[in-house]
Design a protein around this ligand. Structure first.
Ligand SMILES: *Cc1c(COP(=O)(O)O)cnc(C)c1O
Ligand SMILES: [Zn+2]
Length: 416
């Protein structure tokens, strides 16, 4: 990989060659998250916005020269990336805003943002000749891994909490993954997966721990900026669990700045559930995420339930370095945002997806955004991922179906 300089520890800034380590900086156990360092001079000489404009590859691989993979590596055949960025004027004006877009990553092949990361994991694993790829997940990262693995006939092992929504577990089983339902939390599943790595040597996709996951996730920033004709938005809202997406978005924006393709970095606002708001607490109280202990995580937005956000160093930098903020919203606020987003834009998100919109509502109240800001809200997962959550959400806003006999007189009565 001529375009990659190495891997830099986020704790001690020590740099490693890409072949020296696979995951974390060995000096800090599992907490030594590393960041991929690129040679932007080299990339800038071989890749430009005009090349992109001519590209007919509408997947994340259109940005391959900015991704940590060998140029000739085989990529999964499923179409990952280039999800729609909808301008939603009706929803915007109902909120007193002028410019609001929703990026709908519920449209990815396994219906969540995680496809962007799992696609890279598979390429890296196969570059190394791995026989088995595994991950711990609240559900979506696992569905993404198992779906993309199925497209290549790649063996995979999954660790998810047994409490994961049924639709997500169904996806894993349908794709043929070896599914381990962990009798515990996501954090327990994560630790078990790390132990399995030591025991069996399988390739580990775990979020944060695997440095390449934020590199896949950064492609959403590339797409947003390209879809807005390289006129970067002012503010981006995204929900945060482990903090890998938010860190990835930030990395993508920094890449584009380094290449001179955008001229400012948007403020990044991370939205957490009040029942799982480690990052919000740490940001508000100015706590050190390296020493702050895990919290108890409980939320209806299962995808952002993380007691110890594994990518917390990158997640904190994303907000601090962009003059952004963390926002905490209740489960009720999250669930109410599901029908609001669906009715205002036609985009149906799972709870963790709609949480970003709930965060925007709070940011408007707290005057964290201006009415003429150009704002992007990321919907990170499809609403069909969690039907129980969706049903609760419509009940909360007072929407119920009407039961009717197959009889026109009964219909008239019911409509009267
Ligand atoms: C994983 C996930 C998130 C949170 O991403 P992190 O990288 O864990 O912060 C948000 N929404 C959905 C739908 C997800 O699957
Ligand atoms: Zn280190």
């Amino acid at each position: 990989m001529e375009h990659v300089i190495g891997l830099k520890c986020m704790v001690c800034v020590k740099e490693y060659d890409v072949n020296e380590i696979d995951y974390v900086c060995p000096d800090h156990g599992n907490e030594g998250i590393v960041d991929v360092v690129y040679d932007y001079d080299y990339i800038g000489k071989h890749f430009n916005r005009e090349d992109l404009q001519k590209s007919t590859d509408f997947t994340i691989w259109r940005y391959k020269p900015l991704l940590p993979v060998e140029p000739d590596s085989e990529v999964p055949p499923l179409t990952v990336g280039w999800t729609p960025l909808y301008r939603t004027d009706r929803l915007a004006s109902s909120l007193g805003l002028k410019h609001l877009w929703i990026k709908d990553d519920g449209r990815l092949p396994t219906a969540s943002f995680k496809d962007r990361a799992s696609a890279i994991a598979i390429v890296k694993a196969r570059e190394k000749g791995a026989e088995i790829i595994m991950t711990a997940s609240t559900g979506n990262a696992a569905a993404a891994l198992s779906g993309l693995c199925a497209s290549l006939d790649q063996k995979n092992v999954i660790f998810v909490p047994e409490s994961a929504p049924k639709a997500k577990i169904a996806q894993l089983l349908v794709f043929g993954a070896k599914v381990m339902l962990v009798k515990g939390s996501y954090d327990d599943a994560f630790e078990l997966c790390l132990e399995a790595e030591k025991e069996y040597g399988w390739y580990n996709r775990n979020t944060g721990y695997n440095p390449y996951m934020s590199e896949g996730k950064k492609t959403a920033s590339f797409e947003i900026c390209e879809q807005l004709k390289w006129n970067a938005p002012d503010v981006m809202f995204v929900s945060v669990g482990d903090g890998c997406i938010i860190g990835g978005l930030h990395k993508g924006l920094k890449d584009l700045m380094a290449l001179g393709w955008i001229d400012k970095i948007p403020r990044i606002i991370g939205v957490q559930s009040a029942g799982s708001d480690y990052m919000y607490q740490a940001w508000k109280n100015n706590e050190d995420v390296l020493t702050k202990p895990a919290i108890d995580a409980q939320t209806a937005a299962d995808s952002i339930s993380a007691g110890l956000p594994r990518d917390r160093i990158k997640a904190m930098k994303a907000v601090k370095e962009t003059d952004g903020a963390y926002i905490s919203v209740t489960d009720d606020e999250i669930l109410k945002a599901i029908p609001m987003m669906a009715r205002g834009s036609g985009v149906f998100g799972e709870p963790a997806g709609a949480a970003a919109l709930a965060g925007l509502l709070k940011a408007i109240d707290d005057r964290l955004v201006n009415s003429d800001d150009r704002i992007v809200v990321l919907n990170t997962g499809n609403g069909l991922k969690d039907v129980v959550g969706a049903m609760k959400s419509v009940e909360l806003v007072g929407t119920f179906p009407t039961y009717v006999k197959p009889d026109i007189e009964d219909l008239k009565r019911k409509l009267a």
